[in-house]
Design a protein around this ligand. Structure first.
Ligand code: PMP
Length: 402
């Protein structure tokens, strides 16, 4: 008899379960549009040309300390450059921002959640309904009650802004944390407008909510890094606004497996920042001790070398425009097939994902009849589409919908 035999059975995370089902499917033609990973026009992983150049530079330097531990806070060159990318260089509050390198966006969310749960003791964390699946998991792990604010209007396939604000105005308590997606909302691909962001910031300040921005897609929404940081910078620029931000370079540098990210906490004063830093480092020391080195070195090389930085902007453009092309191709195929329904939202949604509006039964039909694998929520990862499979996917969606 094991001490663990009373444990409940935990199903495999939906993304990974989908991958397993896909691999086990013997069909000669099959497509997976599950995880948010960029693929090129041939369906292959894409090492950014800028990353290849950075690899050459880093390897040529041959730093004898290249396998040494970093600091507990990680590489200062990295998290400072990362902070500037997110907050902008003009920020006058830098002395009040605590930045630490984290184990990618997930690690930054998790480190931030642990710190905020200890320090603010929120009665709840508010997530968008729906949100990235791991947000609820991360906050449950630190023992904070997870609540949801309305976000997606399934019928109109738009942001349900009115109900979002109503809920935040009437159900939140001061000191609660609200998780906001900086841009390219996962899974819906729908972001608030600038005016709506201002209203959200007003509500946060009026209700005493602590904003926690999750920025996993800077550069993927509009293709422009500054534009994609607009919401966070608007919040950060306000008087008396404290906030946290998780940042990931998985998508915008294609460094998924290297786990490159940062946690930033904007506080009201340099004195508060120094206290916050101590506590964040205490947690980091216990969790990972020091974050990993190589990916951060590559990212720093790109962020701090003017020439490489300019080339990186082109890589970002290439990824975001290929995704846009695939949105258009899928949309146009569905329209050409006369597929029942309105598919305009596929064009207007932004970032890696499209929330198609397909029902769970239609998703199941897609899988069993078309061998097209998407999440039960109806979310597709658009970069999984390419000229070689988009017609096939559209035909499968057409059949599933009819
Ligand atoms: N936040 C959001 C909203 C995401 O979509 C993702 C990746 N799917 C992450 C955070 C974290 O990704 P990573 O840990 O690879 O940086």
């Amino acid at each position: 008899e094991s001490l663990f035999s009373e444990l409940s059975d935990i199903p495999l995370d939906s993304h990974y379960a989908l991958k397993e089902e896909f691999s086990a499917d013997p069909a000669p033609k099959k497509v997976i549009l599950g995880s948010g990973i960029y693929r090129d026009g041939n369906g292959m992983p894409w090492v950014l040309p800028t990353v290849k150049e950075a690899e050459d530079i880093v390897d040529n330097i041959g730093d004898p300390g290249r396998y040494d531990y970093l600091q507990i806070a990680g590489s200062a060159a990295f998290y400072t450059a990362a902070r500037d990318l997110l907050f902008g260089r003009v920020d006058t509050k830098v002395e009040s921002i605590v930045s630490v390198q984290a184990v990618s966006g997930t690690g930054a969310n998790s480190l931030g959640a642990r710190f905020l749960s200890e320090s603010l003791k929120p009665s709840a964390v508010w997530l968008s309904n729906p949100s990235w699946v791991n947000h609820a998991n991360i906050w449950s792990l630190v023992g904070v009650e997870v609540k949801y604010y309305p976000y997606w209007d399934a019928e109109k396939r738009l942001l349900d802004f009115e109900n979002m604000i109503k809920t935040l105005e009437s159900h939140t308590k001061p000191g609660d944390v609200i998780v906001l997606h900086g841009c390219a909302h996962n899974p819906t691909g729908v972001d608030p407008t600038k005016d709506q962001w201002k209203t959200i910031a007003d509500v946060c300040q009026r209700r005493g909510l602590f904003p926690f921005f999750d920025n996993a897609y800077q550069g993927f929404a509009s293709g422009d890094l500054d534009e994609d940081a607009w919401a966070l910078r608007h919040f950060a620029g306000r008087e008396n606004m404290e906030l946290a931000a998780a940042q990931s370079f998985s998508k915008n540098m294609g460094l998924y497996g290297e786990r490159v990210g940062a946690l930033h906490i904007l506080t009201a004063s340099p004195d508060a920042a120094s206290k916050v830093k101590g506590h964040v480092l205490r947690i980091q020391r216990g969790q990972v001790s020091q974050p990993p080195r190589r990916g951060a070195t590559l990212a720093t090389t790109i962020l701090t070398n003017g020439k490489l930085f300019q080339k990186w902007l082109l890589d970002l453009r290439e990824m975001s425009s290929r995704i846009k092309d695939m949105r258009k191709a899928l949309h146009d195929e569905l329209v050409a097939l006369g597929t029942p329904g309105d598919w305009g939202h596929i064009l207007t949604q932004i970032g890696m994902f499209s929330y198609t509006g397909l029902s769970p039964a239609q998703v199941e039909h897609l899988r069993s009849e078309g061998h097209v694998y998407i999440l039960a929520s109806g979310r597709i990862s658009v970069p999984g589409l390419n000229p070689g499979n988009v017609k096939y996917v559209a035909a499968a969606i057409d059949k599933a919908v009819r």
